[in-house]
Each structure stands twice: as C-alpha cells, then as structure tokens.
Write a protein that binds this ligand. Structure first.
Ligand SMILES: NC(=O)c1ccc[n+]([C@@H]2O[C@H](COP(=O)([O-])OP(=O)(O)OC[C@H]3O[C@@H](n4cnc5c(N)ncnc54)[C@H](O)[C@@H]3O)[C@@H](O)[C@H]2O)c1
Ligand SMILES: CC(C)[C@H](C(=O)O)[C@@H](O)C(=O)O
Ligand SMILES: [Mg+2]
Length: 368
C-alpha cells in the first residue's frame, strides 16, 4: 500500500522523537510490503525561526495533500515572550483548525510492567482502560473576542460552541462507547457554565439515539478527583477542549508517564494528525533521554485510524509491550530494577522486538 506521511517534528523533544516513529514505520513498511513516503515540514518555534510564522502556508498545503500527519511537539522558552497570536502553540491550534480535526482521541493505556512507575497504588490503577475524547477545535481556545481590552486593563477569552460542534463530538463519543464497553461519562461544569448546561442538554438528547450506551454526567472538578482515585469506573470520557486538555495530562499518571500517551486528532472522514499528548519538554530537550513511546504509539494509531490497518499497529503495540517486559525504561518511568535507556536505545529495542513477539499481556488495548 502506498501512503504519504507528512512529519511535523516541531520543537524540543518533538525533534528527537519524530525519528523514532519514522524508523518504526519504515520497519513496518518493509515487513508488510507497504510503501510509505515521508516529507518533513516546519511548525511551531522552528517555523518562526525559519519563516517568521508558526504555521507556514507550505505546511498547511503539505498536510492537506498528505494521507496522514505525525506531529512531535511545539513550544519552548525561546519563544515564550512572543504575543499569544504569534507563539509556537498557535501553529498547532492553526493546523488542527485548518484541517477540521475536531475529535481528539486520547487512550490511556496501561502497560503491566509500568504499574510501579505510577505514584498511585497498584490496586487503584490495575485494569484501568480509558478513552478520553476531547473536543479540539472550539471552546475557549478559539472563541472571539480574545485578548486585552479596556486599554490593556482587562482581558477576555470567549467560550463559544455552536450546537453542531457539540453534536458531532458527542456523536463520536457515543459511537466509540458502542464499540467499547457501552459506557460514556460526559464531563462538564454545568453547575456554573451556560455552555456546559447546553452541552448536557445535547448529551441528554443524543442518548436517545444510542439506547445501548449507559451515560453519566460528572462535574469536571469531581471527575479530576475520581480519575486518579477510581479510574476503573471510567471507560469513554467526552468533554470540551480545555477540560480534555487538563484531564488527559492528569490521566497520564495512571500509565506511569506523560511520555507514554499517544493521541489521534481526526474528523469524520479523511486525514488525521497523530501526536503524543506531551509537549516539547524544555527541561530534558537536547539530552537524548525523552521517552519515544507516546510518539511510536501515535504512529500505531495512525496506521489504525487513517490507513485502516490492524496487524501492523497491533505489532507495534506488542513490540512496545515486549520492550517494557524485558525491563527497558526511559528515565521518566523511574522503575526500580529497570534498565534505563536513551531515546535512541529504546527505539532500537522496540524495532528489535517488531515481528518477534508472542502473546501480548497488555492490560488494555482497545482503541475506538
Ligand atoms: N502538543 C504539543 O505540541 C504540546 C503539548 C503540551 C505542551 N506543549 C508546549 O510544550 C512546552 C513545555 O510545556 P510543559 O513543560 O508544560 O509540558 P511538557 O509536556 O512539555 O512537559 C511536562 C513534563 O513532562 C515531561 N515529559 C513530557 N514528555 C516527556 C517524554 N516524552 N519523555 C520524558 N519526559 C517527558 C517533561 O520533561 C516535563 O517535566 C510549552 O511551550 C507548551 O506550550 C506543546
Ligand atoms: C500546546 C497546547 C496548545 C496543546 C493544547 O492545549 O491543546 C497541548 O497542551 C495539547 O494537549 O495538545
Ligand atoms: Mg495538553
């Protein structure tokens, strides 16, 4: 199968982990007889340095023409003093919006050997398997007006959602719940926010179309608490943009490290953008120690969602599992008795384990 993949490494560790995904995909292509072509384009801070904008038109065009997109991470101290609309993060928000990638799937997948990497108790996290579905192109991130007002003495961000934006993400969440365990938790702040009351109304209207799915509503503050005290009570979580951003970083604690989480940003049809949940990690950038597994697992999501492949992503996930079973960990996982390896070593170990795997003992591997 011929496929063209656009890679947007971005900044900081984004540049260090993109190579890991590429070489894993090249190995898969050789093994399964696929033809993957790759083209690298600029985004974020490195695009500002090269093109004076975080999202060059050439990048948008290349993404529109791609079969799928991989993104590393954007941002860094070098660009922190720029005005909000010129920062590296604007490039990321811009590409999500330009491509209409309204649904962000963030599977929280635990690997058994990593149970001890989490500061949470083993009996609390064991067996947890959650899919956070985050609305990605609306809400506070994009609403207008935004910015300083009243001669710089006040500020405004606008939480705007159109009914159709809520309906499509809620539909996606119900459909994912149907494919998984028929349980959906909708997270909002309906005790305070009008937008959340509207969201809740739409969930209530939609549940009639999906009578086989059990629905519960949770306020976001309580959801944040329950996510790390009773994670097993969750299956699919659906929420708006900002709540989903915060809850997914929090949920990464269940897996041992933020560096473990992949994500898929998709729309109803067509291309998707795949990126780890974490950022450019300026505190470890340049040291060669970043965990590449969130990026590698994002490449697996790409094969499954954009290329409709099954064996290939399963094989990548099993290779990650095997590598961890063998006792190899990057520094962020801080496992006693583990062998701490660099980004490159971890990548080589995963590649070495591709196609040599036996049965997976991954505790949770059902993405929807
Ligand atoms: N998708 C993205 O591009 C994205 C996501 C989040 C943050 N950011 C940007 O990244 C910059 C840094 O933000 P931050 O420090 O708040 O968040 P971060 O996710 O970059 O890092 C948070 C912590 O997690 C660690 N970490 C993250 N990924 C890791 C990995 N793969 N391996 C090992 N450790 C890892 C970091 O070292 C750091 O201690 C900011 O400019 C922010 O806007 C970008
Ligand atoms: C960098 C930032 C704009 C981004 C977001 O908030 O969406 C990041 O935190 C993420 O989770 O992808
Ligand atoms: Mg985030």
């Amino acid at each position: 199968m011929k496929r063209h993949i656009v890679m947007l490494p971005g900044d900081g560790i984004g540049k260090e982990i993109m190579g890991s995904a590429k070489i894993v995909l090249q190995t898969i292509a050789t093994e399964f007889g696929h033809q993957f072509t790759f083209a690298e384009h600029a985004i974020g801070g490195s695009a500002i340095d090269q093109f004076q904008t975080p999202l060059p038109d050439t990048t948008v065009k290349a993404c529109e023409e791609a079969d799928a997109i991989l993104l590393g991470a954007v941002g860094g101290e070098k660009w922190d003093s720029l005005p909000g609309d010129q920062r590296p993060e604007k490039g990321l928000l811009g590409i999500r919006k330009a491509l209409g990638l309204f649904a962000n799937l963030r599977p929280i997948k635990g690997f058994l050997p990593l149970l001890h990497a989490s500061p949470l108790k083993e009996e609390v996290i064991k067996g947890s398997d959650i899919l956070i579905i985050r609305e990605l192109t609306g809400g506070l991130y994009f609403g207008e007006p935004k910015g300083r007002i009243e001669k710089g003495n006040a500020v405004v961000d606008t939480l705007y959602y159109h009914r159709t934006e809520m309906e499509r993400i809620i539909d996606k969440a119900f459909q994912s719940a149907q494919h998984r365990n028929k349980k959906l938790t909708s997270v909002d702040k309906a005790n305070v926010l009008e937008s959340s009351r509207f969201w809740r109304e739409i969930v209530e209207a939609k549940r009639k179309e999906y009578p086989d799915v059990a629905v519960e509503h949770l306020l976001v503050d309580a959801a944040a608490m329950k996510l790390i005290t009773q994670p097993n009570q969750f299956d699919v979580i659906v929420t708006e943009n900002l709540f989903g951003d915060i809850l997914s970083d929090e949920a990464s604690v269940l897996t041992g490290s933020l560096g473990m989480l992949p994500s898929a940003s998709i729309r109803t049809d067509g291309i998707g953008l795949y990126e780890p949940v974490h950022g450019s990690a300026p505190d470890i950038a340049g040291k060669g120690i970043a965990n590449p597994l969130g990026m590698i697992l994002s490449a697996a999501l790409m094969l499954r969602h954009s290329f409709d492949m099954h064996e290939e992503p399963d094989e990548i996930e099993r290779a990650v599992q095997t590598s961890l079973d063998q006792g190899y960990y990057t520094a962020d996982l801080a496992i006693e008795d583990g062998i701490v390896v660099s980004t490159k070593e971890m990548t080589d170990i995963v590649i070495g384990n591709l196609s040599t795997n036996s049965v997976s003992n991954c505790i949770c591997n059902s993405y929807a």
